[in-house]
Design a protein around this ligand. Sequence first.
Ligand SMILES: [Zn+2]
Length: 254
Amino acid sequence: MRDFTLHTYKKLLNSLLKNGYEFQTVEEFISSPKEKCAVLRHDSDIWPKNDLKMAHLENELGIKSTYYFRVPETSDEFVINEIVKLNHEIGYHYEDLVRTNGNFAEAYNNFEKNLAFLRNFYPVTTCSRHGRPLSNIDSLHLWKNFDYKSKFNLKGEVYLDIDYSDILYLTDNGSRWDAHESNVRDFVPYSRHTLSVSTTFDLIQAINQNRVPNKIILNCHPARWNNNLIIWSYRFVLQHIKNVAKRGLKKIRS
Ligand SMILES: [Zn+2]
């Protein structure tokens, strides 16, 4: 069975359900985390139609998750409206400081404008920074100069406002769950939990064997999960090239 298909994703969600995890959106989790819970964070980098497929699948299982959209790259109005109807949370996947080449004032204005656009569809209260590994600029640094909570009435930024010390955070970056050496920006502050799994099947086994802590946040990029064999194969080859390039980039910067 192929990994990173929606079939496999469904198996993953079912294993979490079967083992008693309650699903919360990022906003719900920041406000009031449950004792045993799973948070599905989806950064919509490309191909928003994939977001919709994933959102339908989750809804069929009675699960709520959070979709972060880039503006304008993935903020497809039809897709966002449909995902809102399916009861999921919408947030802003921002990269404004990179876009403005480090100009803080311009980035701040862009952020405000793009957030306002997304709020036409949903009362956005959380955001997640898009990594842009090829840029030297990290859009998270925008908040060194500005306070997003009071300025923009936001409850949280996923890298800054979650205490990960008691949470297992895993990302599918690199189309593996352990691509640490090719992961340039998608990592969180200290957590006492680690889990050595590479494939989704390993992860499912770990969940079933009770080797996963009570709080888990999964960052699943919908564009990585494809049932279609041609698209899946394309992603597989592309991902291999990207992983090699990002490993090199990380070495150069370190
Ligand atoms: Zn991203």
